[in-house]
Ligand binder design. Structure first.
Ligand code: GDP
Ligand code: MG
Length: 177
């Protein structure tokens, strides 16, 4: 490890999951590099991105895994989830089907993920409220039912992106320390 890595107290792996084109890759590029891309490049996904986050007096290196478009074919393998302490489960508030598919994603998470994984549910594209098909209260009640954290985000307008990742990392830190 280089000296930069040595300064970190913990390394946390977390994964992004959810249907294709809900905004997973853009949430990650916003969080890691403060970038947003209007075009979707589902097959040119980065494997993962890092960002260091300070929680209290600890420096945490968050390693966030993104799919390279495998979610289209439901071909995410168990190695994607291996060792993950957190998951950001994303749907698109303008496409009801992406919300209805959350049950399948939760099933997969519980099959492959560890039982104490911190799951944050994100209703993305909150900037497109004129095309909304999923109400805030639908997201809230599913989160309550399933015991998840919940937020609506906009990767495009940078709303709640930082908060979502920080909430996940802080919760993981609470559980593991
Ligand atoms: P992924 O397949 O889940 O990784 O989704 P992408 O990040 O590739 O995004 C799919 C499309 O949705 C792209 O055209 C993005 O520009 C767009 N997109 C992502 N996040 C937002 C958002 O918050 N608001 C809006 N309006 N578009 C978004
Ligand atoms: Mg993607």
């Amino acid at each position: 490890a280089n000296s930069f890595d040595d300064e970190c107290d913990y390394l946390f792996k977390a994964v992004l999951i959810g249907d294709s084109a809900v905004g997973k890759s853009n949430l990650l590029s916003r969080f890691a590099r403060d970038e947003f891309h209007l075009d979707s490049k589902p097959t040119i996904g980065v494997e993962f991105a890092y960002r260091n986050i300070r929680v209290g007096d600890k420096l945490i290196k968050a390693q966030i895994w993104d799919t390279a478009g495998q979610e289209r074919f439901r071909a995410i393998t168990s190695s994607y989830y291996r060792g993950a302490l957190g998951a950001l489960l994303v749907y698109d508030i303008t496409r009801k089907a992406t919300f209805e598919n959350l049950k399948k994603w939760l099933h997969e998470l519980r099959e492959f993920g560890s039982s104490d994984m911190v799951i944050v549910l994100l209703g993305n594209k909150s900037d497109l409220c004129q095309s909304r098909q999923v109400g805030v209260e639908d997201g809230q009640s599913l989160a309550q039912l399933e015991g998840l954290c919940f937020m609506e985000t906009s990767a495009k307008e940078n709303v709640n992106v930082e908060e979502a990742f920080l909430q996940m990392v802080t919760k993981i830190h609470e559980i593991t320390s």
